[in-house]
Design a protein around this ligand. Sequence first.
Ligand code: E4P
Length: 218
Amino acid sequence: MKFFIDTANLDQIKEAQDLGILDGVTTNPSLMAKEGITGDQSIIDHYKKICDIVDGDVSAEVISTDFEGMIKEGEALAALNDQIVVKVPMIKEGIKAIKYFSDKGIKTNCTLVFSVGQAILAAKAGATYVSPFIGRLDDISTDGLNLIEEIRLVYDNYMFDTEILAASVRHTMHIVDCAKVGADVMTGPLSSIEGLLKHPLTDIGLEKFLADHNKSNS
Ligand code: E4P
């Protein structure tokens, strides 16, 4: 399973990159705003900085909701760097735009996906990634993980190439569960990734190893 970090914070992206397990980054307009990145040029510069830090795919979301606007924005974003994946919302115009980008060899991430039907459309349009938002489904007492399982089943039935990018991952157990049901990628905050490191028996065991070593080497 590929690991993407879901943030526009450069320090956190660097920290995840330094761990050596990072495969890419996802951003969205809310995450960019959270970092205070405003204005067209600053937004473009920020995407370039992210691409300089990581080796993998970097999702950059279009703001337009009409076909022409999405194409214009998406082509400009894709021209910034080969790592850029144009993130397009799951709306009618978005599906048309994904098909257009796919025909042109531009990578896409279909975002704001909440149903199997939407995921089928994204795959039919040729999206590189489909982003089901599992945390936001959990927030409304609907099983987000079940959506990943169902999309996996359908995509495998038809051997769709679109990768399932489990998004809106909120905590460590989401990552483990997504891996169990076969998500191709997960995107989550740094804290959810670092949570995978933790086990009290590891800490206790290491403390004992070091204490024994020090005792017999003093
Ligand atoms: C996906 O690409 C989104 O950026 C993100 O995962 C949304 O997560 P949230 O529901 O925690 O805002």
